[in-house]
Design a protein around this ligand. Structure first.
Ligand SMILES: CC(C)(COP(=O)(O)OP(=O)(O)OC[C@H]1O[C@@H](n2cnc3c(N)ncnc32)[C@H](O)[C@@H]1OP(=O)(O)O)[C@@H](O)C(=O)NCCC(=O)NCCS
Length: 379
């Protein structure tokens, strides 16, 4: 009998879909959106333009960008009944659970939630993308005892979120930093949450279910939850001098250092390179240089100890310092990832719907056969 072929654990290397959105070369550290290097986009573009690019596979003209931005802003708000519900939630709820629940609830306020022809799905995706910041910011206000706030549709996606969170318009530096974070997190191949969204929509379920599932996937500590893990780790290291023993102890125990390693990148994640620059600048501006220095020290030790194994900083490592400097609470880090990634999940859903076939892999049964059924009182 020939041996059954090995199953690539975690489906590593399995090509499960085609996309025109993002290209990753994990050996060379390249990430492109529709062929444009991520560094070009983070330096020159804004989040709205990147979403247009991902959904239309080309850059917009000036008029197209204005009209897309307007369409997004017209959808910023959420139904009043939903806003009220946010202010009835337990204040100690975790924001990722809140976001997941509220995206699911949005379906109940849609008169036609199941329409998933490409045009309807795009409309729903745009509405969810535009209104997710209202959910996250208002939940944070609720738990702080602040009054509800409505979005300001004279502001861009990044500025509007920071405005709702803090009740005042952000400085241009903070707005730009947050906008760059949104650009860098928008899409990334067939990562776990994107795969989740594609799998769910492939049943011809609905956009709300697919995005709810994707948020659930993203919150795991091996995926988007790692940025919170990085910040927790930085908080546990009392000083720069303590970094060496902290990292070495963890590695000796075979514990993972959050923010390092990647299924695809075997060199530095190009998003981490951009975020490192941002983190350095913001840390200097906000008096958080010691935090940044601890991070670079961790990177130095990890490079020395496990760099040869292809373990380098990933997107989460420097996004932790960046978000901290922007003034975001720890448990808002993963929701920030989600606010941006809704665009990538949605783009993938639209691609899936345009050429759908139900995802239904098989599983190899490795249990026993022909077992007797033993009556319960004889077991
Ligand atoms: C992202 C991640 C899940 C990818 O995992 P993967 O492709 O399944 O890789 P594996 O879990 O098989 O790890 C391969 C080896 O690298 C080691 N390794 C991977 N990430 C590591 C980390 N962050 N710290 C220390 N060692 C790590 C593993 O212990 C393993 O070593 P071994 O071969 O001696 O057993 C993994 O790198 C990780 O857990 N990183 C920390 C969490 C994180 O930052 N996630 C965000 C991803 S964007």
């Amino acid at each position: 009998m020939t041996a059954a072929p090995a199953i690539p654990k975690g489906l590593e290397g399995v090509v499960a879909a085609e996309t025109e959105m993002s290209f990753i070369d994990g050996q060379k550290g390249i990430l492109e959106y529709v062929g444009i290097p991520i560094g070009e986009l983070s330096a020159n573009s804004n989040f709205e333009e990147v979403v247009f690019l991902l959904w239309n596979k080309r850059l917009p003209t000036k008029n197209e960008l204005e009209s897309f931005t307007r369409e997004l802003r017209n959808n910023y708000d959420i139904p009043g009944a939903l806003l009220k519900r946010i202010f009835e939630l337990p204040k100690d709820a975790q924001p990722m659970h809140v976001l997941r629940t509220m995206i699911s609830l949005l379906a109940l306020y849609d008169p036609n939630p199941n329409a998933n022809d490409v045009a309807s799905a795009r409309e729903k995706a745009l509405r969810i993308l535009a209104s997710a910041p209202v959910i996250v910011a208002n939940f944070d206000r609720h738990r702080r005892g602040e009054a509800p706030i409505h979005p300001d549709d004279s502001l861009g996606f990044a500025a509007n979120f920071l405005y709702m969170l803090n009740g005042e318009r952000p400085t241009p530096t903070m707005e730009r930093a947050f906008d760059v974070c949104m650009i860098l997190h928008a899409d990334h191949g067939l990562n776990n949450s994107t795969f989740t969204a594609r799998v769910i929509i492939s049943t011809l379920s609905d956009v709300y279910s697919a995005l709810t599932g994707a948020v659930g996937s993203l919150r795991g500590p091996l995926h988007g939850g790692a940025n919170e893990g990085v910040m927790e780790m930085l908080g546990k290291i009392p000083s720069l001098d303590a970094v060496e023993s902290f990292v070495m102890d963890k590695l000796a125990k075979k514990d993972r250092i959050m923010g390092f390693g990647h299924r695809v990148y075997k060199t530095t994640d190009p998003r981490a390179t951009d975020l490192q620059k941002l983190a350095k600048q913001l840390a200097a501006d906000t008096g958080n240089t010691p935090l940044y220095e601890k991070s670079t020290k961790i990177e130095e030790i990890m490079e020395r100890e496990v760099g040869a194994k292809g373990i380098h900083p990933n997107v989460d490592f420097y996004s932790a310092t960046t978000y901290h400097c922007i003034g975001l609470k720890l448990d808002l880090f993963t929701p920030m990832f989600a606010l941006s990634r809704i665009s990538g999940w949605s783009g993938h859903m639209l691609e899936q719907l345009a050429d759908n076939r139900l995802y239904r892999p098989t599983v190899r049964y490795v249990g026993p056969h022909n077992q007797p059924y033993t009556p319960i009182d004889q077991r």
